[in-house]
Design a binder for this molecule. Sequence first.
Ligand SMILES: [Mg+2]
Length: 351
Amino acid sequence: MAFKIKAFEVSKKTYMYSKPFKISLGAHFESVNVEVKLILDDGIFGLGEASPSFLISSETPDMVEIGLKELCQALIGKDVRNYRKLFDETDVIFKAIPSAKAAVQYAIIDALTASLGITPFEFFGGSRDSIYTDKTVGIDEIENMVEEARSIYAEGFRTIKIKVGSVEKGVKSVEKIAEVTGNTGYIVDANQAFKAKEAVELSRKLYEKGINVVLLEQPVHRKDYDGLKFVRQNSPYPVAADEAVFEKYDAFKLIQNGCVDYINIKLMKSGISDALAIVEMAKSAGVGLMIGCMGESSLGITQSVDFAAGTGAFSYHDLDASLMLKEENPLKGFERDKDELKILGRDKRWK
Ligand SMILES: [Mg+2]
């Protein structure tokens, strides 16, 4: 009968970045993603994409591809209407490869909603028809960073994310960018580069210059909870955790210890199951949310657009990965107008 999982198809795809994308942890030249097609008994299918990031979550594309091919077998014959049970099972099966968990959990919801004639966006709550994304400036020579920010701003983006790796250059690059982009609003992301006191120094210097930093993202090592709390208590800007939060337990510990103002949820770190739990936890605790991405193509970004627009839970959206890749994946569930990402209906998807 329909709703039962008949088969999985798994395929690896390589996308080149338009230009090398550098963060404090290292540089990315290409993004190797793994697509999953989950096929039901009646031929209706759901899609998903894993975008593993070795720098962030120690997953390689081969691990994810082989893991998906082997481990999805355990789901054959199961009913996608029991998706909560399947989430619990996939939390265990894909524990070591969270990007694979995200792809499979989304594919389960995509197949279920395709059978019901709706989209995952509606399944997640249908809160907003569109969301607004930032765009990211990677670490580079300061004049190149300024040029890139200028063109991002001219394209219509109103929040710009800036990668930093040291206090002096970080302050200078953000300051120069603010001069040419109307002090529009900046998410400053250190990807764990600083000691707590350095992060406070960076944010105080930017604050003295009147720079409109809306979030300071993962300033310290992901395991340095005390450091994160210190930055939160001493920085004039709100502090967000990114690499420090994978599973819901991580979010719980950070919230319980008063370490964060915001949490950056990425489906590639948490899958849909833990992302849903973190959304409710953050709402309960009055902690803010942003949603981010790894190196997803349009297919993977669709997962996050559906989740973010559906739940309506996020103050900031950092869903620009597919914009940074050279080629576009034709599989896409949203359309873009400047910085606005609008949901596409079921009839316009996977064409
Ligand atoms: Mg980050």
